[in-house]
Design a protein around this ligand. Structure first.
Ligand code: SF4
Length: 289
């Protein structure tokens, strides 16, 4: 049995993903032993990243007031959640937060804006801010700004944007169940446009929204197909007032198996245990490594 885990690890070093059947076994196999599985997933992590820790600091530079209806997000137009809503922060505030991130030792500073996607005018404004941050501090700059076409992606790339965060969130087959104002292909097109302009993608998923294991497998392989180098795995934080609430599926073991799957399917990518990890992984959080 231990050989099965060793084979998965060995193949991941050759960038060979598990088969679909193996991927489903990783998530659901009753005979899976968690520690050997996590050890297998740690093999490519150690090979490609060692024990390096990357510090990323996020800044919500615009919050709420979004016309989209992503049901998991408290900023969506139909959410009844009580949140602080504000338009884009001032340049001074954004630069002060970038300086704080750089001084705190961050590798990356990520500006996050609510909304469907930026106008051309807003894109040029963001380009100015990206240039400003990069001229002042030695941090990589990431942006999460909704949908982008190639024209906008090029403006941001020319300003030096390093990465664009844009999550696939769930499988294509069930995307309509979590959002009706844009579709899965809109999200894929954004990642493709960014990549075409030389911006790296940061794209992952949110677990716990009613997906089946085959949906997680589908997303894992789609991210591989898109050659995404940074994959945040989020665990739904149920927020009162949102349309998509917890499906009750997220045990610490389910979360760890999914992280192992993502790494074995995408062995060269940075796999991040992201939003919701503390609440869902609890005492097993340390095993994410
Ligand atoms: S587009 Fe972004 S900010 Fe708007 S509802 Fe969807 S996830 Fe939330």
């Amino acid at each position: 049995m231990l050989e099965a885990y060793a084979r998965l690890a060995e193949r991941s070093l050759r960038d060979e993903p598990p088969s679909e059947a193996e991927a489903l076994w990783i998530l659901d196999g009753r005979d899976v032993e968690l520690l050997p599985l996590l050890h297998a997933a740690s093999v490519p992590r150690r090979r490609w990243f060692g024990n390096k820790v990357m510090v990323h600091i996020l800044n919500n530079v615009q919050n709420g007031l979004c016309p989209e209806d992503c049901g998991y997000c408290a900023q969506n137009r139909d959410s009844k959640a009580e949140i602080r809503k504000y338009a884009m922060k001032s340049d001074e505030e954004i630069f002060a937060e970038a300086e704080h991130a750089a001084r705190a030792g961050a590798t990356r500073y990520c500006m996050v804006l609510s909304g469907r996607g930026p106008t051309l005018e807003r894109t040029r404004k963001l380009a100015e801010l990206i240039r400003g941050v990069k001229q002042r501090w030695p941090v990589e700059v990431c942006l999460s700004v909704g949908l982008l076409d190639e024209e906008r992606a090029r403006i941001l790339a020319e300003a030096g944007l390093d990465r664009l965060n844009h999550n696939l969130n769930t499988s294509e087959s069930r995307y309509a169940e979590i959002c009706s104002t844009h579709d899965f292909q809109d999200r894929v097109a954004t990642l493709v446009a960014a990549r075409k302009c030389g911006i790296e993608a940061c794209s992952g998923l949110i677990m716990g929204m009613g997906e089946a294991s085959r949906d997680l497998v589908e997303v894992a392989f789609k991210l591989r197909e898109l050659e995404v180098p940074s994959i945040p795995v989020n665990f739904l934080i149920p927020i009162e007032g949102n349309q998509v609430v917890s499906d009750g599926s997220l045990t610490p073991e389910r979360c760890l198996r999914a992280l192992a799957l993502m790494r074995l399917v995408n062995p060269r990518a940075e796999i991040r245990a992201a939003g919701g990890r503390e609440g869902h992984l609890r005492a097993l959080g340390a095993l994410c490594a």
